[in-house]
Design a protein around this ligand. Structure first.
Ligand code: SF4
Length: 340
């Protein structure tokens, strides 16, 4: 050990959240219960390691339901779908399993409730993101998308006294605060979600990356370029002055980055073995001592779809009522199951 040894801070919570655990378990169990192929609309979660692993076991990823043969099993991704997609699956006679994260479903239900009550709904989110497309599909005539405070200034809503907002689940907490402040200035009576739409996993990972950025000048975020929450982690670290890099795998680490103490975290769809490979790679490239810091324990789990549990029982596939990955992750601790 030399005096030049540096510290690699490993943030926790990092990586898989309860919604991702559940979505992967649904594909995993569906493959056991129904056999391959099982079709999945869109990437089940935004991570190529996860997608490649499931593809290797017989999952077929498609962009459109038209690519799924009649009668086949199709799984909707964790990001949620619009009612039109649900209807299309029914009309085509597909056997659909819904892996939409319950915290995304919560936002869909808010949109429906506000639309029924005659509100104009401002959705804060990123245009083109799968989750946003699904949420907008719940009430296309009532929802308008804003991506920034500048967008709020351009809004023209029919009744300023009947405005509500909802958000994508994986945004930057600080960005949303700025946009909401702009909304409240323009529409003082704007209705807010009873509980924040940004999910617990996004919030916790952002809190942890802020702590990383305070401790070290270099932050590596392991995640996919398509992952909203991983991209937000990079932005949050950069805002606090860290040199932040988004990497998908250990091979992406550039030795030239390793100039001092360094932090590693991961988006909610990144498997832990990919994170560990990155830790190993940093330690091979430089003289680093690994130190984990944990802001809090996450003990959230979501129940699996009842129809999948029923089919598993009928076919003798042994599964618990909740996602097994989350059970393993929090084993030994108190487990909190959220029903929505
Ligand atoms: Fe659900 Fe949040 Fe995970 Fe998305 S990031 S799957 S909303 S828990």
């Amino acid at each position: 050990m030399t005096g030049a040894q540096r510290t690699l801070f490993l943030a926790a919570p990092r990586g898989f959240c309860a919604g991702v655990d559940r979505a992967i378990d649904i594909v995993d169990i569906a493959l056991q219960v129904y056999g391959a192929p099982v079709y999945v609309r869109h990437e089940i979660v935004h991570n190529r390691h996860v997608v490649d692993e499931l593809r290797g076991r017989g999952a077929v990823f498609v962009d459109e339901l038209a690519d799924v043969p009649p009668g086949a099993v199709v799984i909707f991704s964790a990001h949620g779908i619009s009612p039109a997609v649900r209807r299309e699956a029914k009309d085509r006679g597909l056997r659909a399993l819904d892996a939409t994260c319950p915290l995304v479903t919560k936002v869909h239900l808010e949109a429906l409730r506000y639309a029924k009550q005659g509100y104009s709904i401002v959705l804060i989110g990123h245009r083109g993101h799968v989750e946003v497309e699904g949420t907008m599909g719940e009430a296309p005539d009532a929802i308008v998308l804003v991506e920034s405070a500048a967008d709020v200034e351009k809004l023209e809503l029919p009744d300023p006294s009947k405005v509500a907002y909802i958000t994508q689940t994986t945004l930057s907490v600080d960005d949303v605060r700025t946009i909401v402040e702009a909304l409240k200035r323009r529409y003082p009576a704007v209705h807010e979600p009873a509980k924040a739409d940004i999910c617990y996993a996004t919030q916790n990972r952002q809190d942890a990356v802020k702590e990383l950025a305070r401790r070290c000048g270099i932050v590596l975020v392991v995640g996919a370029p398509t992952s909203s929450n991983a991209n937000r982690l990079v932005e949050v670290a950069a805002t606090l002055g860290a040199k932040a890099h988004l990497i998908e795998a250990a091979e992406d680490i550039d030795a030239a980055w390793l100039t001092g103490d360094l932090g590693i975290t991961a988006g909610a769809s990144t498997p832990e073995d990919v994170v560990m490979a990155c830790v190993k790679r940093v330690c091979e490239l430089g003289d680093y001592r690994v130190e984990e810091f944990r802001l809090l324990e996450e003990r959230v789990m979501f129940p699996l779809p009842a129809e999948l549990l029923g089919a598993a029982k009928e076919t003798g596939v042994a599964v618990g009522a909740v996602n097994e990955r989350a059970a393993a992750r929090v084993s030994g601790g108190e487990i909190r199951i959220r029903h929505h």
